[in-house]
Design a protein around this ligand. Structure first.
Ligand code: CA
Length: 240
């Protein structure tokens, strides 16, 4: 799915950023369509059937968050939010509405392309078997077994539920709220936020070589966590 030829829809009202995105993606063989408003995007998606959507949050007319909610009623096409610094609450609302990831402007083309490849790879891997492997970590979803190298790791049911949520959404940024919903259902927000922190720290203690510098469960400050399964992304110098 990450092969050149994947279709990407760019939803962005600033012409300069649209040009940068189109040029970067077209040079890598992606097939690109553009929309400058959310309304236009919602009309284009059924016809263009993108493999991935780059969605600016701050649009004239309906917002990126509303576009995300509308799309998630009928399609799971990956959505990467483009936000500006200071747009934290809108960004988190869009992630809660079902967006997959975000990039904060300005970003370089290296980071953009890496995030796109990761999102497309997740879609391509949805049919994989229930054995999840990254680095030393193996999670057998059918057998509910977790190993680090050859060692079995004993997890509490809550820790396992949390790890399972990460594995099912590997590389995807999960907000605090999404994790609390997946693991604790509709329990009270304040209490579960504390439980989430404690369980994340327990999981890191059991899974990470150095829990203070985690390699698997990565904190996205103020937003949530992601299970990282690939090398660190290094942003290229050129930017929007
Ligand atoms: Ca904008």
């Amino acid at each position: 799915m990450s092969d050149p030829g994947s279709r990407v829809l760019i939803v962005e009202d600033e012409a300069g950023i649209r040009r940068f995105l189109r040029a970067t993606l077209a040079a890598r063989g992606y097939s690109v369509q553009e929309a400058s408003t959310g309304e236009e995007a919602l009309q284009l998606v059924p016809a263009f059937r993108p493999d991935l959507i780059l969605l600016d949050l701050g649009l004239p007319g309906i917002s990126g968050k509303q576009v995300t909610s509308c799309l998630r009623e009928w399609t799971q096409t990956p959505i990467i939010i483009l936000s500006v610094q200071g747009d934290e609450s809108a960004k988190i609302a869009a992630l809660d509405a079902g967006a997959d990831d975000y990039l904060t402007k300005p970003f370089g083309h290296g980071e953009l392309l890496a995030r796109i490849r990761a999102a497309l790879r997740r879609v391509g891997h949805q049919d994989d078997g229930p054995l999840f492997v990254t680095g030393d970590l193996t999670v057998d979803l059918a057998g509910r077994a977790v190993r680090l190298g050859a060692e079995m790791v004993r997890l509490t049911p809550t820790e396992y539920a949390l790890l399972k949520a990460f594995v099912v959404h590997a590389n995807k940024l999960l907000t605090h709220r999404q994790l609390m919903r997946e693991v604790w259902g509709g329990a009270h927000y304040e209490d579960t936020q504390h439980l989430l922190r404690v369980n994340i720290s327990n999981l890191r203690r059991k899974l990470e070589a150095d829990p203070a510098r985690p390699q698997y469960i990565i904190t996205e400050p103020g937003v949530g966590y992601r299970l990282r399964t690939e090398p660190r992304i290094s942003a290229a110098p050129s930017s929007v």
